[in-house]
Design a binder for this molecule. Sequence first.
Ligand code: FES
Length: 155
Amino acid sequence: MERKEFIEKVGLSGAAILIFGCMQSCSKDVASSDTQNQNKPPNSSGGDASSNKIDFTIDINTAPYDVLKNIGGYAIYMESKIIIARASNTEFLAVSSVCTHQGATLQYRSNTSKFYCPLHGSNFNQNGSVANGPAAQSLKQYSTSLSGSKLRIFE
Ligand code: FES
């Protein structure tokens, strides 16, 4: 092999390795970005990653939150374990969806205007306070704000 031919072959191989290496690292970046997007709940946005404060927005025109278009409808925002209910045309409620007795997931009952625990029957008022036990501790309550179809839940 001539010197010139050797340099040409090594040069091409080196360039190929560089390009291949770049493609691998670029594809890893895309994959990790996709992974982050997959963890994001549908139709929600917001939240400050540097803060532990709850602050997110859902669209009540889009499933699974479209049940909130109806008075008495409720949905659970699973990522933060918050139950959101529509109490009236203008009033939305948001409290922790985890029963303070033994951790069961709550429901909202529009006929009593209370959050109900199906496991042992505790009821919580709209502000999260205990209406009847066995639960003894209130639910954490969150603020809500509706703008168009965007409902913000925050503390
Ligand atoms: S877990 Fe809710 S009342 Fe027991």
